[in-house]
Ligand binder design. Structure first.
Ligand code: AMP
Length: 284
């Protein structure tokens, strides 16, 4: 496994890979790798000749009040996990390498970035779309793997790649959960034992909402209200949002006609830790 600290090394490695007729699967991450990230690397490895992992904690997507400085950075462990998952090349730039001068250029998407995470974190998606565009430009033509865990981010990146004709096929990958249902996240380590137990309310409420739809509830507002009430019933959870949306446009749905694909999306804070979760359902 090759480890590249500079853009030029990483670019050259992937240019040489494609020149040799081999395809590239890109997996952008912020490190602190877990089985969710591993599933992206494994999907990339199954579908592409060379897996390119990027590990970069992007300051642009953190607000000044957020956890940038305490975000976990276990780089040695990450490299071991990457190698075991069959990664061919890892890009581990410093902030100075990625942004040698403060960027004067920002990639901004309208619409999809407005609700949910965009409303809660107003500068977040500009940071994501700007860094992902830079990573796509450095990596070159590839398939890029993004987790459904960050469902809005996936929709935003997919739309950005289409709008800007980026030579990248964005590939979604399902959420990987702990055995008890908690969606894996690098931020789960911040949770106290009590909050870790309380956080199970997220997946439980998503499953209950999905059952409500399966039992014939057609009013999205009723489903959203039940989701919100279930989460609010956990005293340790501070609900941020509970939405019933179209999986592509992220627009709130009204009536859930039979056959409609629906995404249930929730966010809540447990002490200072924000957790996200979501679930796909087809109204039947
Ligand atoms: P992060 O390092 O948190 O920025 O995540 C990097 C990529 O891994 C993103 O595409 C995430 O959506 C994805 N990811 C994070 N957690 C999970 C999970 N539990 N299951 C699937 N994908 C995940």
């Amino acid at each position: 496994m090759q480890v590249c600290a500079t853009k030029s090394e990483f670019r050259r490695f992937l240019d040489d890979t494609r020149a040799a007729g081999r395809t590239v699967g890109l997996v952008p991450t912020m490190g602190a790798l877990h089985a969710g990230h591993r599933s992206l690397m494994e999907a990339a490895s199954a579908e592409c000749d060379v897996v390119a992992l990027t590990i970069f904690v992007n300051p642009l997507q953190f607000a000044p009040t957020e956890d940038l400085s305490k975000y976990p950075r276990p780089i040695e462990r990450d490299l071991e996990l990457a190698e075991a998952a069959g990664v061919g090349v890892v890009f581990t730039p410093t902030v100075e390498e990625m942004y040698p001068v403060p960027t004067a250029t920002t990639v901004h998407l309208d619409g999809l970035t407005a609700p949910m995470e965009g409303a809660a974190r107003p500068t977040h998606f500009d940071g994501v779309t700007t860094v992902v565009t830079k990573l796509f430009n450095i990596a070159g033509p590839c398939r890029a793997y993004f987790g459904e865990k960050d469902f809005q981010q996936l929709a935003v990146v997919r739309r950005m790649a289409a709008d800007l004709d980026q030579p990248v096929e964005v590939v979604p990958s399902p959420i990987i959960r702990e055995a008890d249902g908690l969606a894996m996240s690098s931020r789960n380590i911040y949770l106290s034992i009590e909050d870790r137990a309380a956080a199970l309310v997220l997946y439980r409420s998503l499953l209950a909402a999905s059952e409500l739809i399966s039992a014939g509830e057609r009013r999205a507002s009723v489903v959203a209200a039940q989701l919100a009430a279930d989460i609010a019933s956990e005293p340790r959870a501070a609900l941020e949002y509970a939405e019933v949306v179209d999986p592509l446009t992220l627009e709130p749905l009204d009536l859930l006609d039979v056959g409609t694909d629906v995404r249930l999306i929730v966010a809540a804070r447990f002490a200072t830790t924000r957790l996200l979760d979501n679930l796909g359902v087809r109204a039947s």
